[in-house]
Design a protein around this ligand. Structure first.
Ligand SMILES: *Cc1c(COP(=O)(O)O)cnc(C)c1O
Length: 443
């Protein structure tokens, strides 16, 4: 790690002072470039995404057996896209800016199995690992019907192996539930932010939950260390995993298909804006990568973070990536948005995606609670606080005429735009917990 001179950093990057002051900020990325120029820096391409998509299709018959709630979607875990016009009207008033395009919500909050965006990456990585083990042991071929994995023979086979992960909650839920179902011994190292009900639910599924009084970074480190001692233990590395990233990236082609079915056009005259809550970065990074491959330069992706945990904005803005943590600036990384309570961003995602993201913004915890209450009131959709982080995005973008002009986007293009807010979690929050969230909204 570099020795960071904060005073010098603030002089060089005045925005850093505003982060230290916990001010909500919007930063448009001057290094954003075309897909053609930016893609080589990712180190992954369309082939990798196609491969991930095919792997998920192979596992679909297994998921139908193991999780009957996925039968209606033929074992493909995908979420609805919903129009939220009443929310749009309310926020036009609240923010005093009119978003003229169409506002949509991507409901990953309601994905089956774990009720969050982590049902994409987390589950994909567990399936990838299971497939590799079974193929190597000569028990499985890619041509097989994978529903055979839902048998005692396979559960016993996977029972010789273990999986470990560090998490603020939702990644642990996805990996824990999926791994336990396959038969693995699975340990989830939970940071202090993790909700009690998530730990309880995991233990009910037979998952070993280790609790820490410290934040996500510590939980991950401990998990990594413990896994290193056991050669049969596979550690899922949320900070660096290309596999997780690819699991998320499949969302791009899926959204494209959904838009086709909905008759929604995306082209130079009909831009698409997507707003993604960011923790360590794998989820939003992978999704943004998939969206770029699907829609090219016509999609503009933005990451949203709590004012108390702006790790990705800080890392990309200063170019220091994972060499700096928000705590280095005296920012506490304490936020009600438990899914986003990460102090140090993924260096892999920041470096891979820094040329393909149009911007970053932060918002306060109270703003997330207020938006949570408004969405429940206006649209009867209930989310966890983290999942609301992207919601102010369309108004931040609409307010900045200069940035739009620099992109060649005039009022006509903005009126034809689609704004997709990625709702990342909350579908499984217990009723009593949800009541507390709703009571905290000041609306
Ligand atoms: C994990 C999570 C995110 C962010 O994903 P990262 O991969 O950590 O950036 C956003 N929202 C929710 C609800 C999450 O659980």
């Amino acid at each position: 790690m570099k020795n960071i001179d904060i005073q010098q950093l603030v002089t060089q990057f005045p925005l850093v002072q505003r982060l230290i002051d916990l001010e909500p900020v919007t930063w448009f990325n001057p290094n954003a470039t075309s897909l053609a120029v930016g893609l080589p820096y990712v180190g992954l391409d369309q082939h990798d995404v196609t491969d991930a998509s095919a792997r998920l299709a192979r596992f679909a018959p297994y998921l139908c057996e193991a999780f009957p709630e996925t039968r209606a979607m033929q074992g493909i875990l995908e979420s609805e896209i919903a129009a939220i016009p009443a929310m749009q009207a309310t926020l036009n008033e609240r923010y005093g800016v009119e978003v003229t395009g169409r506002l949509l919500l991507k409901k990953d909050s309601h994905l089956p199995i774990s009720g969050s965006i982590k049902a994409r990456g987390g589950i994909y990585e567990v399936l990838t690992h299971a497939e590799q083990l079974a193929i190597k042991a000569g028990l499985l071929r890619e041509e097989d019907d994978y529903s055979k994995l839902f048998t005692d023979e396979f559960r016993q086979f996977f029972g010789q192996y273990s999986i470990a992960v560090g998490s603020t909650g939702n990644l642990g839920m996805s990996i824990g539930i999926m791994s336990a179902k396959l038969g693995f011994t699975v340990t989830v190292h939970m940071s202090a932010d993790a909700r009690e009900w998530k730990k309880r639910k995991l233990r009910e599924h037979g998952v070993i939950v280790v609790e820490y009084a410290e934040d996500y970074g510590v939980a991950v480190e401990q998990g990594r260390k413990e896994a290193e001692r056991d050669p049969n233990c596979f550690f899922i590395d949320d900070e660096n995993s290309r596999t997780l990233f690819l699991g998320y990236s499949v969302a791009g082609e899926r959204v494209k298909k959904q838009f086709d079915e909905m008759g929604i056009k995306v082209d130079a005259e009909h831009p698409l804006f997507v707003y993604l809550p960011c923790g360590v970065g794998g989820g939003p990074g992978g999704v943004a990568f998939g969206l770029k491959l699907a829609f090219g330069d016509n999609v503009h992706c933005f990451f949203a973070e709590p004012t108390h945990s702006p790790c990705m904005l800080l890392g990309v803005h200063t170019g220091l990536h994972d060499e700096i943590a928000v705590q280095d600036l005296g920012i506490d990384n304490l936020t009600a948005a438990d899914g986003l309570a990460v102090g140090r961003a993924s260096g892999f995602v920041g470096r891979a995606m820094e040329r393909l993201l149009d911007g970053f913004f932060t918002l306060s915890d109270q703003e997330m609670y207020d938006l949570l209450g408004l969405l429940a009131r206006e649209e009867q959709i209930r989310l966890e606080p983290s999942a609301l982080a992207g919601m102010p995005g369309p108004w931040r973008v609409t307010a900045d005429r200069a940035w739009q002009a620099a992109q060649g986007l005039d009022e006509t293009a903005m009126a034809r735009a689609t704004h997709l807010v990625w709702a990342t979690g909350g579908g499984m929050v217990p009723a009593a917990e949800m009541e507390k969230y709703l009571a905290t909204a000041n609306i």
